[in-house]
Design a binder for this molecule. Structure first.
Ligand code: TXA
Ligand code: MG
Length: 341
């Protein structure tokens, strides 16, 4: 398949390129586009055939439902019903932004978009290019993360090109994503609402608006996932990732021992510990005092390790307060093993 690539300055939306991409979507094609969280692979959410192209391009299991992207929260009523007051409150604070909410879907949304579920997830992205594309297409855009299934989500246009060139109709490349981790997914069909996937909006932030909101993902390895996507192997770099958790000095000693100077082994660490590792291919995801930076660099670092051809990766456990659940949820899912010392 011929893939058109549009490079764009995120601050200056190229209207002509947006028009071409919106036309592709209207004609049932696929367009990868930036959002503030990660890149998405979009298609017309109301067109079953277009949706099938997303699953084929990604190699994604068809029972894993997609998030529908709309340009304003008011649009959601066209595609969903039983929208509770709590959802309006959350939308007031966090929409547009990295929050996806699940409602009962109307029949206009085909089962192909929701993995056969009677519910559908909705999100209004805050990224200007994403909003321009959705508005120009005048359609809800179904978009999972724009990566091959099982690989780390894409947080840079070049990663999207690596994974999807030749598999989609167009790619809009605006460089790095701002947040670098996917949206928080909240099930609004239950009362109190339940968080199914931690993400860009933290549990504490959600609880400031809805104190009773529950967490339904586990912070350890889960056995009965509620969100279909949580049961698949995810975010994995090509070489096995091991997380080492414990007292900081012990972690550094253990990783140094495991790496024992081998420059083909990756070490994922932070600014504060970087100099304490004596070998391996080191990447710092940022200062432990700057959780936002760590969140935005995690997927990016896993991709860098893949490119550098390391044979194994050891990562510290990052204790970073409110963002810790989302960051460690992704790293845990990407990992082959967790060593607790
Ligand atoms: O930030 C994001 O959410 C990105 C950008 C592109 O918007 N999208 C994204 O999509 O991460 P995806 O498909 O990679 O992850 C969507 C998650 C999956 O875990 C899926 O199972 C869950 O949301 N999900 C979607 N609809 C659902 C539903 N009706 N019920 C339960 N879980 C649902
Ligand atoms: Mg994904």
């Amino acid at each position: 398949m011929d893939t058109k690539i549009f490079k764009m300055d995120p601050e200056h939306t190229d209207r002509e390129a947006i028009r071409i991409c919106a036309d592709i979507l209207k004609r049932g094609g696929t367009v990868a586009f930036p959002t503030e969280t990660v890149y998405g692979l979009g298609a017309n959410a109301l067109d079953k055939n277009a949706i099938e192209k997303i699953f084929t391009a990604k190699g994604r299991p068809s029972d894993n439902p997609l998030i529908l992207h709309v340009y304003s929260f008011e649009e959601v009523v066209k595609y969903a019903e039983e929208i509770p007051d709590d959802a309006l409150k959350l939308a007031d604070f966090f929409s547009p932004g990295p929050l996806s909410m699940i409602f009962r879907k109307k029949s206009i949304v085909p089962p192909a978009a929701t993995g056969g579920l009677e519910t559908a997830a909705f999100r209004v992205p805050s990224n200007k290019v994403a909003l321009a594309l959705i508005e120009e297409a005048r359609l809800p855009i179904a978009a999972p993360s724009a990566n091959l299934s099982g690989k780390p989500s894409t947080t840079d246009g070049s990663h999207v090109i690596d994974d999807l060139f030749g598999r989609v109709d167009a790619i809009i490349d605006t460089g790095r994503s701002e947040i670098g981790l996917e949206s928080t997914v909240v099930d609004m069909t239950v009362s109190p609402p339940e968080v199914l996937r931690p993400g860009g909006v933290t549990l504490n932030e959600l609880r400031m608006v809805i104190p009773a909101i529950k967490r339904s993902y586990t912070t350890e390895n889960s056995s009965a996932p509620k969100s279909p996507g949580m049961k698949y192997r995810h975010y994995s770099p090509e070489s096995p990732l091991t997380i080492v958790k414990g007292n900081s000095n012990d972690v550094i000693d253990r990783i140094n021992f495991l790496v024992s100077g081998n420059s083909n082994i990756g070490v994922l660490c932070c600014d504060e510990t970087y100099d304490l590792y004596s070998g391996g291919k080191k990447i710092s995801v940022g200062s432990i005092n700057d959780p936002g930076t760590i969140a935005s660099n995690v997927f990016h670092a896993l991709r860098l390790f893949d490119k550098s051809g390391v044979t194994a990766i050891y990562s510290e456990y990052f204790s970073i307060g409110d963002m810790e659940e989302a960051v460690m949820n992704r790293l845990r899912k990407a990992s082959a093993e967790i060593i607790q010392i």
